[in-house]
Design a protein around this ligand. Sequence first.
Ligand code: HPA
Length: 290
Amino acid sequence: MEAEGSFSSQCRYSYEECKETADWLLAHTEQRPKVAIICGSGLGSLADLLGNKTVFPYKAIPRFPVSTVPGHAGQLVFGTLQGREIVCMQGRFHFYEGYNMQTVTYPVRVFSLLGVETLIVTNASGGLNGSYNVGDIMLIKDQINMPGFAGENPLCGPNDERFGVRFLCMSDAYDRELMVLARHTAEEQGCDSFLQEGVYCMVAGPTYETIAECRVLQTLGADAVGMSTVPEVVVARHCGLRVLGLSLITNKVVTQYESTDRVNHEEVLQTTKTRAEDLQRLVSNLITKI
Ligand code: HPA
């Protein structure tokens, strides 16, 4: 046993603990989804479209943390979408809420133990790329792990090989085949005019970025900035899941000192509302092709 407060006690979830949660879920639903979706801020209504639903509020699931952000429902929804069994996280856990990276990513390991093979992540983000418009959907082609640069990577600490390898390759983080499928699907449903493809950068938050920080991120090659997704993708790749990421550009970041524009959470939620349906349709049509 390690002393309380030691490194391993911070990494709260062992393989056995993840398995315990997965086994509990498997015992409480007959569904065996191969696709999991993490719904971002205001994008949780996708789960409402599911048929044959089994809903587990996070607080009912052994060891599951509870989400604290307004606009995040906080439940795991199993059901069928276009005839396919899927599981949706309606509300995710954020580092800025005070959860450590292992807690933020714990549901992904549970998904893997449930037999999930593909993870779809959605989020809201600020557009750094000057050619992006509010309401654009960005297909995430790569990511920048800012908290990782600062030592906050969910894979820090002892590695359990039952999940994955110690040194994980991240040059194929987002599945190229799934990106092609997503692009085709967007064309078919006529939303390719607002589909972008770019690099998502995660910052810890909860503060939005200063003007100087936005300029740094632009210089680094990021097209959009947000406060989530990256740790979940790291852990998903660690346990061998294929990943597709879709980011809704809810605001343009401010990069000029003369600008009087100010980003706020209400604006972010409002944009999400207007585009949520397109994004849901994209995900739902895509599901049939996976
Ligand atoms: N910055 C960080 N996170 C965000 C933003 C932003 O501008 N918009 C939505 N999430």
